[in-house]
Design a protein around this ligand. Sequence first.
Ligand SMILES: [Zn+2]
Length: 241
Amino acid sequence: MTVTVQAIPMLADNYSWLLRESTSGKVGIVDPAEAAPAIAVLEAAGLGLDVIFLTHHHPDHVGGAEELRARYGARIVGNRADAHRLPRLDVPVHEGALVEFGVANARVIEVPGHTLGHIAYYFADGELLFPGDTMFSMGCGRLFEGTAAQMFSSFAKFAELPDETLLCCGHEYTAANAKFALSIEPDNTALQTRFDEVATLRADGLATLPVSLGTERATNPFIRAATAEEFGERRKAKDTF
Ligand SMILES: [Zn+2]
């Protein structure tokens, strides 16, 4: 395993993710909402920045991209279908594309729902998944542009990935999601355990992410929805929870 990851908190509850590929020394970042917190971490570690991976066009995911590119000469990767509303793309990508990152690579997975042009990145080396605002720990993103059926299909695309896959989500929404999840499945013991673990982590000011896909399969009411209809009902209920 040569790719490692580190969360960089940004704005109120965003996470940007710093990636390092140890063989080549390549450095990447996923969804820099702001430049300053990323620069602080890079400077402290004496690192440059080679690649900026964008999952979708929302300002709290792309806000720092241009400044980081200008400062480090990093290349910006994003969905070519959303090029008109993303920072200028150096590497426009689409479903199934492999983005080289040192000796590793990221596979692009199109996951419409939160936005229509939303993509996720999967690094088989490191078993890392960056779902942006598609999937959260015990939750899913709001349906700003897509339908529940689209989001359900997007979730299904993660089904082939191993349980060990680490989810590096775009926000620290876990505690609120855990409350909603328990309202759906009050008798789920895995969920009760995760609820307590999350409460302890948050009380200590610690991140609840990354989390394994295996844990999510046991606790996330949206992964556990059997049909697109059930998924949609849960998403609607969460909107007003
Ligand atoms: Zn978003």
